[in-house]
Write a new protein. Structure first.
Length: 126
């Protein structure tokens, strides 16, 4: 199975196609390209985002699954899931629901931010 973006001629290829073309042109290994692209765009690693969300929301288990299939010509969600299951690619989607409720994660009650950075911001704004 080949997972690469393509689009009909004369249409906007979309973000995934542009990333693929930039990576190919860069000559870098995928992980290096992806890391440098993410840093240049100010993106955070998925695990960092999940950790921070977990600190702020009560949620159930995190599930991982297909995300890119809508931007991949002739690749279905089922085919992307099969590639994830075979460990050919990493899942691009992480989601969570409240445990046992099927609802989206609920915010935790506000906890005052007592971090060093917060104290500096508070003092400097007085």
């Amino acid at each position: 199975m080949v997972l690469h973006p393509s689009s009909p001629p004369g249409t906007d290829p979309g973000w995934l196609h542009r990333r693929h073309a930039e990576w190919r042109d860069s000559g870098q290994p995928w992980d290096d390209y992806c890391r440098s692209w993410g840093a240049a765009e100010g993106l955070h690693a998925g695990q960092d985002i999940l950790r921070e969300l977990g600190a702020r929301f009560d949620s159930g288990p995190i599930t991982y699954g297909p995300y890119f299939f809508t931007d991949l010509a002739a690749i279905s969600e089922t085919e992307e899931q099969a590639a994830i299951d075979a460990r050919l690619i990493q899942a691009g989607r992480a989601s969570s629901t409240q445990a046992d409720s099927g609802q989206t994660a609920a915010p935790r009650r506000h906890q005052p931010d007592t971090s060093f950075e917060s104290r500096i911001r508070i003092r400097s704004s007085r």
